[in-house]
Design a protein around this ligand. Sequence first.
Ligand SMILES: Cc1cc2nc3c(=O)[nH]c(=O)nc-3n(C[C@H](O)[C@H](O)[C@H](O)COP(=O)(O)OP(=O)(O)OC[C@H]3O[C@@H](n4cnc5c(N)ncnc54)[C@H](O)[C@@H]3O)c2cc1C
Ligand code: SF4
Length: 328
Amino acid sequence: MRPFRYHRPTEVAEAVALLDAEPEAAYLAGGTNLVDLMKLGVQRPDVLVDVTGLPMDTVRPLPDGGVRIGANVRNSDLAAHPVIRRDYPVLTRALLAAASGQLRNMATTGGNLLQRTRCGYFQDTGKACNKREPGTGCAARHGQNRDLAVLGWSEHCVATHPSDLAVALVALDAVIETHASHGPRQIPLTELHREPGDRPEQETTLPRGTLITAVHLPPSPLARRSAYHKARDRASFAFASGSVAAALELDGGVVRDVRLAYGAVAHRPWRAYRAEATLRGRPFTAELAAHAADVELAAARPLEHNAFKVPLIRNLTVRALTELAGQP
Ligand SMILES: Cc1cc2nc3c(=O)[nH]c(=O)nc-3n(C[C@H](O)[C@H](O)[C@H](O)COP(=O)(O)OP(=O)(O)OC[C@H]3O[C@@H](n4cnc5c(N)ncnc54)[C@H](O)[C@@H]3O)c2cc1C
Ligand code: SF4
């Protein structure tokens, strides 16, 4: 690992100013992703600005009935919070399906959303990777791409976003609160992560140096009936091969409202708007759920080794929605 300088500011403005002043600086939260990438030589910041001293570590109910989650709230604390468990079970289930207990005790809300792809070629500095080194090519496109994207990919990058938390938050219409040198901003989470296009090194829409300070969950009666289903190669301690976050509201058996998001299939958490539109206003059945998934997945373009993800996501969609509908 290369030598680096280290700061631990106690005010948001100070943290943002440090990033502004140092073009090669990076924020450090739990370090469970960034430090690994530094050891591999994939990221080489010369200054680390540790954000864990900033006052961003509380979960606070909001007057409108929503919740504000500080960016430093640890994944295990968020999963266990009584309001989250009661009102947003999809979030608790997504968090507990991720990593291990030890990692969740370190990993933070902000760091989880901005963790980098697990594409093996990205982590191997001996391989071509447009995300790590723009213009060098994509070793994964015709390489080992079993774990990579089926939706929204480009010839320049076929990576997926690895976060389970982000998939649940996208289904919940979460909004992130950010601070940069020009001041605070709120951004819907659906607008945070990008599709790769011809600039896969730009993973988010955030200008450099932007600090995530919090995530806002809007009030959502729908979210009380919500679930997260994740398929992975091992029963625990593994990233998703595919995942589905779902929330469902039925009125006399008819779908009054629904939210669906897919994980491990695209460069960003994938909100399944077409599937939602197919479901709304119709009598719920497992067949309708499968049809809705088919409508969403019609855009899928599987790579050489990952065609299995299309039926996998279809089956997870049916399982999540039938569970929420109380049907066998
Ligand atoms: C073995 C293993 C298994 C894992 N399994 C899963 C899994 O199944 N599902 C899953 O979702 N995750 C999984 N993870 C990933 C883990 O959840 C992430 O590493 C973690 O959430 C990152 O959070 P952190 O606080 O440690 O971030 P850090 O490593 O500190 O930072 C990550 C990135 O976010 C930036 N950053 C951090 N905080 C902020 C902020 N407030 N504002 C702006 N930028 C910020 C950093 O600069 C860095 O680029 C796994 C990790 C490991 C090592
Ligand atoms: S898929 Fe993306 S991250 Fe993986 S090698 Fe290709 S460019 Fe790099």
